[in-house]
Ligand binder design. Structure first.
Ligand SMILES: [Zn+2]
Length: 447
């Protein structure tokens, strides 16, 4: 196939070329690029924007509504985001093609956002366009919500769209967002993970105040030493592990992927729970499924080489298992601080945008529809309920539905998956075309 001539691939490539980078400090975001992006999708899909109702919520949140034939049925919400994370300046020359080139080369579309999450956004638009051309009208109303700030928490996008949808519809039958994919292991085996819940995120800062001074006369104990001790203790005292029901299901379903000893522990998990959890903690990905993780990411101390600082500070990224609370984390940090920080004042602050609470059921009709469609499109592969370790906009939309699922219909090897948010992000042209086909058939055959 000549990918460069393919209309759908050209559309995505053009979308990747617009650097819609979002920033935690919103004043740094260049909204002219967002405006250009909105203009670009409107001119690329005139059929869609003519047939569907289009609204801009809080200016940059995009909402498309495809009115269903039966208004008594609860609507469906499909979401994606069009903001992307920034490029790490130190890695710019490691990119095979410019980060915002949208290059169509070697059978791939290259650039930031090609996989996360513009493939999904353009995938929906292509699917809907093609359905309209076939004269399709959905039974249920379909809403497509595209967020402008998912990567930085979604407070201007998803949060505002949520309010609008809540007032207008109340409840949705299902929400489908990014989050899970089809993993391909080293032996070529495929397994699809549909996210049924996601970990929550809180940010903690710990500040230590202590007498500073000249670096030529250091005391036995001072601020940076206290900080180092706190970090070491915190890392040593990881938070407690749990075998949640979702994890238990996941282990049963992925049983064949483990060595004999882990298999034995999975089989006997109700007796040897502790041994199993210890075993899972050896790999960082399975460890993260068992506990609230703590990552110490930012440190602040002296600006000057010969000054012992009076004030030091760290920022900690904490990911919580579903159903955990902030108080529990605060107590943990406090306990460690009491033990590690000596002869100094300290302060712990916690920031949170609300934590995801909903665990959707793998026994629901909607899960089964997704499962059936995956098997139809990708063959008789394993379909597992999964816990998503990163954050998505769907945590914000949880209030709208009992069925919140996170799944992008794409097969990813470990290597392909690791390019998300990283150098050389890309998506295979064939896999992108498959996303479109999946979305189209999912709508046409079920809704
Ligand atoms: Zn994303």
């Amino acid at each position: 196939m000549n990918y460069k001539e393919n209309e759908a691939i050209k559309h995505l490539s053009g979308g990747v070329q617009l650097p819609t980078v979002s920033h935690t400090d919103y004043s740094l975001t260049d909204y002219t690029k967002f405006e250009e992006f909105i203009n670009y999708v409107q001119t690329s899909y005139p059929v869609v924007f003519e047939r569907l109702e289009f609204q801009r919520i809080n200016n940059f949140g995009l909402l498309l509504t495809f009115k269903g034939a039966d208004e008594a049925l609860k609507p469906l919400l499909f979401t994606a985001h069009y903001d992307v994370v920034d490029i790490d300046k130190n890695t710019i020359n490691q990119w095979q093609y410019e980060p915002f080139s949208g290059a169509v080369e070697e059978g791939y579309i290259w650039g930031r956002g090609s996989l996360d999450d513009k493939a999904s956004l353009f995938g929906w638009l292509e699917a809907v366009k093609s359905l309209i051309e076939e004269g399709y009208t959905p039974k249920r109303t379909l809403c497509f919500a595209f967020g402008p700030d998912e990567e930085v928490g979604g407070q201007e996008g998803a949060s505002k769209i949520l309010k609008y949808l809540q007032e207008k519809y109340g409840e949705f039958e299902m929400i489908l967002d990014e989050g899970g994919e089809i993993e391909q292991d080293k032996n070529g085996n495929l397994s699809a993970g549909i996210g049924i819940c996601e970990k929550g995120r809180i940010v903690a800062t710990v500040k230590i105040e202590q007498e500073g001074g000249h670096a030529s006369r250091p005391a036995k104990n001072y601020s940076t030493i206290n900080l180092a001790r706190f970090i070491t203790e915190l890392h040593k005292n990881q938070m407690k592990q749990f075998l949640t029901p979702a994890l238990s299901d996941y282990l049963d379903a992925t049983y064949n992927n483990y060595d004999w000893y882990t298999k034995f522990l999975i089989k006997t998990k109700s007796i040897f729970t502790k041994c199993l959890l210890k075993r899972l903690s050896k790999e960082k990905s399975t460890d993260a499924m068992t506990r609230n993780t703590i990552a110490i990411t930012m440190l602040k101390a002296s600006d000057t080489i010969n000054v012992i600082p009076e004030h030091v500070e760290i920022t900690i990224d904490i990911r919580l298992l579903p159903g955990q609370n902030i108080e529990y984390v605060k107590n943990h940090l406090d306990k460690v601080a009491k033990k590690a920080i000596k002869g100094a004042k300290y302060e712990i602050d916690i920031l949170s945008n609300g934590l995801p609470q909903v665990i959707s059921s793998k026994n629901s009709e909607m899960f089964k529809i997704l499962e059936k469609q995956i098997k139809k499109e990708f063959g008789d592969i394993e379909v597992l309920p999964a816990m998503v370790l990163g954050g998505t906009d769907s945590k914000t939309y949880e209030a709208l539905s009992k069925n919140v699922f996170r799944f992008l219909p794409v097969i990813l090897t470990d290597e392909e998956g690791s390019k998300m948010h990283s150098t050389n992000e890309n998506i295979s042209c064939d896999k992108y075309l498959k996303i479109i086909e999946f979305y189209k058939n999912l709508l046409k055959e079920n809704f």
